[in-house]
Design a protein around this ligand. Structure first.
Ligand code: BGC
Length: 490
């Protein structure tokens, strides 16, 4: 086939620039080919090195081969028959065709190990998500790359590729993972910041309280609700986080604090002995971490408030106001910027089909938007909390899931990626700092193996996808369904 095609024509046209040269406006030359080795990726694009200098790797234009007189291949995963300076070529119906890559899709690579030292102290002012670049979580990118390897459908692959361009939170869910991921990613973000000159925000989830996940089983943690583990939480976990954050002082950081814990104190003390056992450690743990981490000027913290179908009812919201204001006061002089909702949940941002009534068990907040509006205006402000801003987790709430009851939380069928991470996403809601992806789509909510120690009955419900791996482990089917149902589409 190859020999029947006029390769010389391709070669003759190869000199024509077909790719957009974006780096010149930043003072760097373009690399000579869109296929140059990617040495580094940032929000501007992919960078290569030529003759010892950084160069911007030109972005292939959509259907770049048309300019050269060749059609585009019908699929971006067409077989590569030939590669030249213009791009990758396939063959369809006996003709060369240009294989399109998704413009702007970085192939994330480890940042070059350039020596970096933190600069001047950074201080958040206003919305921590505004005016900064969002750091791409390399661990997630690697998970998605491995997921793509398992796919055959090209349109699904293309959607998965796009997932790698969005930022999500880095979970410090054990002492070991904290050691592995905190400093590495702070350093990666600093390298990016030094290189681009733009501030780079990294979002971490602090998630290792003693007696974690007291009302469920799926995400039980390594530390138990006792004095010695509570001490370990302080000295081996929070103190280390403090030390690292103090060192990396010139970059913005957001901490999402202990999902589900305080919401459990609002609603589950009476029903669940394990929550009663955990209560003092949750309170003490929060006071400690807010005092220590809430005084760092470059760190903004959000406490977790569950979701609309947890604390949305009038009585729960009123109780919540008391619990959260007490916790925030206990952390003085540390400060809390606000609250996260819908973390690792599926509740839609807006669901106009629902209103207060029997169908919603008289919950006046049947979607996350109304939940924040109610909490914001009536309860948290009334409870005397000064700084009331929100970050809504939209990683998995784009499509209404199939759950029979909105309290279902485990690996729900019908999952779809929701709004993309962005600052100040809704006009008229100045108190909504961001939509952000906190639970990484594709990481399981809990195992469906009934013999596992952390098996929770919710992961066996009809609308929970099965077989599901342990919480935090990769769940390919759930990921693929999330891509298919993405809203807006990927
Ligand atoms: C798990 C954590 C995991 C996180 C993100 C939680 O449910 O308990 O281990 O890091 O989800 O996937």
């Amino acid at each position: 086939m190859k020999s029947t095609i006029a390769l010389t024509a391709v070669a003759a046209l190869a000199a024509k620039a077909s790719a957009a040269c974006w780096s010149e406006s930043l003072g760097y030359p373009c690399c000579s080919s869109p296929n140059a080795n990617v040495e580094y990726t940032d929000a501007d694009g992919k960078w290569g090195v030529e003759n010892g200098n950084w160069c911007g790797i030109p972005v292939p234009e959509a259907c770049w081969s048309e300019k050269l007189g060749y059609p585009c291949c019908s699929s971006s995963s067409a077989k590569v028959e030939y590669t030249d300076a213009d791009g990758k070529w396939g063959v369809e119906n006996g003709n060369w065709c240009g294989i399109q890559t998704t413009p702007g899709t970085p192939s994330p690579v480890p940042t070059p190990d350039i020596e970096v030292k933190p600069g001047e102290q950074y201080t958040h002012s206003g919305n921590p998500f505004s005016g900064v670049e969002f750091f791409l979580n390399p661990y997630y990118v690697a998970e998605v790359d491995a997921a793509i390897e398992q796919m055959t459908n090209s349109s699904l692959k293309a959607k998965a590729e796009k997932m790698k361009t969005y930022s999500n939170a880095i979970w410090l869910d054990t002492i070991k993972n904290m050691h592995q991921w905190l400093e590495t990613n702070l350093k990666g973000a600093l390298q990016q910041q030094e290189f681009t000159g733009s501030k780079v925000l990294t979002v971490f989830v602090v998630y290792d309280l003693p007696g974690r996940d007291c009302h469920a089983l799926a995400s039980n943690g390594e530390l138990l609700a006792n004095d010695s583990d509570a001490q370990r939480y302080k000295t081996e976990y929070i103190d280390v986080i403090e030390e690292k954050l103090k060192y990396y002082k010139s970059q913005p950081v957001v901490l999402i604090v202990e999902p589900d814990s305080l919401a459990n104190l609002v609603t589950n003390l009476d029903s669940t002995p394990a929550c009663r056992d955990s209560e003092k450690y949750y309170l003490d743990g929060h006071a400690y971490l807010i005092q220590k981490l809430g005084v760092l000027p470059h760190v903004a913290m959000y406490l977790d408030i569950g979701h609309a179908f947890w604390l949305g009812w009038d009585d729960n919201r009123e109780k919540a106001g008391k619990v959260y204001s007490k916790v925030i006061s206990s952390g003085k002089p540390g400060k809390v910027r606000g609250f996260t909702d819908n973390v690792a949940n599926y509740t839609p941002w807006e669901d106009p089909t629902l209103s207060r009534g029997p169908e919603t068990e008289w919950n006046p907040c049947p979607d996350e938007k109304r939940y924040l509006q109610e909490l914001m205006h009536k309860d948290f402000k009334a409870a005397g909390i000064e700084s009331v801003y929100f970050v809504c987790d939209t990683s998995r709430n784009g499509h209404k899931v199939d759950r029979k009851h909105p309290g279902e939380w485990c690996n729900q069928t019908g999952v779809g990626v929701g709004a993309r991470p962005q600052a100040s996403p809704v006009s008229g809601m100045d108190y909504l700092d961001a939509f952000y992806w906190i639970k990484p789509l594709g990481e399981s909510d809990g195992t469906s193996d009934t013999s596992a120690a952390r098996y929770d009955g919710y992961c066996g419900h009809d609308t929970a996808m099965k077989p599901a791996p342990e919480a935090g482990q990769w769940f390919q089917k759930h990921f693929e369904q999330g891509l298919e149902n993405a809203n807006p589409p990927l």
